[in-house]
Design a protein around this ligand. Structure first.
Ligand code: ATP
Ligand code: MG
Length: 574
């Protein structure tokens, strides 16, 4: 490709709305442009990278025995009602009606459609196992689209679905996908880790997330340096706290203290001279079963996923000022469990608190000397908070670390959740009807590309891993007006094309400085510069994007050398 013909609008400045480096660089390097919140156009360079990513996925899926199909993006509500998810999926599901008034949605995922497909086609155990996948556009009306392709509303996903006759088969299919995922992310040049995860709205028995480690990741993961246990903090189980012996002096009855205008844990505890772990936060949630008050220690965070799973799978919603006033009789900031007439759930660490501060359900007042079970009794104590740095590992008890990651892939063992709901069955060798056992496996294609940039960049721009690079090499003729320079560059270009190296010729009449800057920004792994100076020595200058070192190749050998390096870098990630 010749740069002068390439639709590649680069920008010198970071776009103001971009918060993370991958978003900034994708816009600046002319990979994407925004149409609306969370909705993007891929420009030629961005699309090339996406296609390379998709092809790696496709090769590994095919190698693992999965077969590619393509399902529709528009789906009838009836199927979603059959699975029960029309009700529970919530606001991320974009719903609409056709001209006949029939309900539809834009696909956020395809379990319903693929299960409908196989229930019509699978008859006997001989038709199993089966694994079908697609690379397709999803739509989720995310509450906070951000970070460019990382959390879009319209985004690309590879989703695969496995169908087996029994649990053992399903587990084998899961393992095969797990291994394929490891190969895919390795080939994309990513540093990643697979962690235990919550199975969310998809449901099912167990799952792993593939996390790319990056400081800007939206997910927090816990990692145990002791035994290697790793999990999303959304999921990480916490062992019940060890009971404390309650031998201290008798604790006096709760006492009301004036805490005028003090609403936050920090304000109240500083004023009272206690630690945040001496305070019980009382959070009011609206749920499908009515309002619920949730108690957690002041230094802990409520884990809404654990809460959701404890309730009934419906999304709980933090109450607004009106509901809080109605439930507690007090404005925001003064809720407490003592005397509260509402369903009370507590995190397990609340149980062993001995002398707590709580809201008094009265404007400007808190209670001190509150003792759980003496002064209030929740309906139960559960694991309802998110893991934090230093929390004990549920496996070995060692202190866990928190790291940040980007979830690029997710594998779920679904079991019979969907085959049961949609009656997807087969006949076993004895002629008995059995439920198909399923698994599902997603990879965000655009998000993976963004994650690759998060891990591979410097202050000058992107540093593409070879397998994802939009071009493998770039040739910079530094004086395009000089026919000799142009001819040498052109010959090199033709030689590289012949060797099937994906090469860009920067034939623009621009200053050398600008060409170097753009080549760095768009991150082409291998760069060859041709100038009068190098030609005087019958050479070209070579530099790898990842390294600072300059080398000189003999002109006639340059194309061969580049191909060799390209091949080596492709194989390195293979
Ligand atoms: P998240 O927790 O980040 O919302 P999820 O659990 O909803 O992800 P899945 O339903 O497992 O995601 O989807 C499979 C994959 O699709 C994810 O691992 C991720 O790579 C990608 N993905 C999900 N949501 C988005 C999005 N809004 N934008 C881009 N990619 C996404
Ligand atoms: Mg999501």
């Amino acid at each position: 490709m010749r740069y002068s013909r390439l639709f590649l609008p680069t920008l010198r400045e970071d776009p103001s709305e971009a918060e993370v480096i991958s978003h900034k660089l994708m816009v600046r390097a002319g990979l994407i442009r925004k149409l609306a919140s969370g909705i993007y156009t891929y420009l030629p360079l961005g699309l090339k990278v996406l296609r390379k990513m998709e092809n790696i996925v496709r090769e590994e899926m095919n190698r693992a025995g999965a077969q590619e199909i393509l399902m529709p993006g528009v789906q009838p509500a009836d199927l979603w009602k059959e699975s029960g998810r029309w009700e529970v999926y919530g606001k991320e599901l974009l719903r609409f009606q056709d001209r006949h008034g029939h309900d539809y949605c834009l696909a956020p995922t395809h379990e319903e459609v693929v299960t409908d497909l196989i229930r019509r086609e699978i008859r006997s155990y001989r038709d199993l196992p089966l694994n079908l996948y697609q690379i397709q556009t999803k739509f989720r009306d995310e509450i906070r689209p951000r970070f460019g392709l990382m959390r879009g509303r319209e985004f690309g996903m590879k989703d695969a679905y496995s169908f087996d006759a029994d649990e053992a088969g399903a587990e084998a299919s899961y393992r095969v996908m797990f291994e394929a995922y490891q190969r895919i992310f390795k080939r994309c040049g990513l540093r990643f880790t697979a962690v235990e995860a919550d199975s969310g709205a998809i449901g099912g028995s167990f799952s792993h997330e593939f996390m790319v480690l990056a400081g800007t990741g939206e997910d927090a993961l816990v990692h145990c340096p002791g035994c290697g246990y790793a999990a999303n903090t959304e999921k990480a189980e916490l062992p019940p706290p060890s009971p404390v012996s309650n031998q201290g002096p008798e604790i006096p009855a709760p006492e009301k203290v004036l805490t005028k205008d003090m609403r936050t844990v920090e304000e109240v505890t500083r004023f009272l001279g206690v630690g945040p772990d001496d305070l019980i936060k009382t959070m009011i949630y609206q749920t499908s079963q009515g309002p619920v008050a949730l108690l957690v220690r002041g230094d802990h965070e409520v884990n809404e996923i654990k809460l959701k799973n404890l309730l009934d799978g419906h999304e709980p919603e933090l109450a607004g000022p009106e509901l809080i006033q109605k439930v507690t009789g007090a404005p925001v900031g003064f809720a407490g469990p003592v005397g509260l007439q509402v369903r009370l759930l507590a995190d397990q660490s609340v149980k062993i608190m001995t002398r707590a501060v709580v809201g008094a359900n009265l404007a400007d007042y808190h209670l001190i000397n509150v003792v759980p079970e003496r002064d209030f009794s929740p309906q139960g104590y559960y694991d309802l908070r998110s893991a934090q740095e230093g929390d004990p590992c549920p496996r070995c008890g060692a202190a866990m670390e928190i790291k940040r990651g980007i979830e690029v892939g997710h594998v779920f063992k679904l079991g019979t959740k969907y085959s049961q709901a949609l009656r997807a069955t087969y006949l076993d060798p004895q002629g008995r009807e059995q439920l198909v056992v399923m698994g599902c496996y997603g990879i965000g294609t655009g998000r993976t590309v963004a994650a690759a940039i998060e891990q591979n960049h410097d202050s000058n721009g992107i540093i593409w891993p070879m397998p994802l690079a939009p071009f493998e090499a770039v040739i910079l003729p530094l004086q395009v007006q000089d026919p000799e320079v142009m001819e040498a560059a052109e010959n090199l270009y033709q030689a590289l094309l012949k060797l099937e190296v994906d090469v860009l010729l920067d034939d623009r009449d621009e200053r050398a400085g600008i060409k170097f800057k753009d080549a760095d920004l768009i991150g082409i792994p291998l760069r060859l510069s041709v100038s009068r100076k190098t030609l005087a020595e019958n050479q070209v200058e070579f530099k790898a994007r990842r390294s600072e070192k300059l080398e000189f190749f003999v002109l006639a050998e340059a194309a061969g050398r580049i191909k060799e390096i390209r091949d080596r870098l492709l194989a390195a990630d293979d």
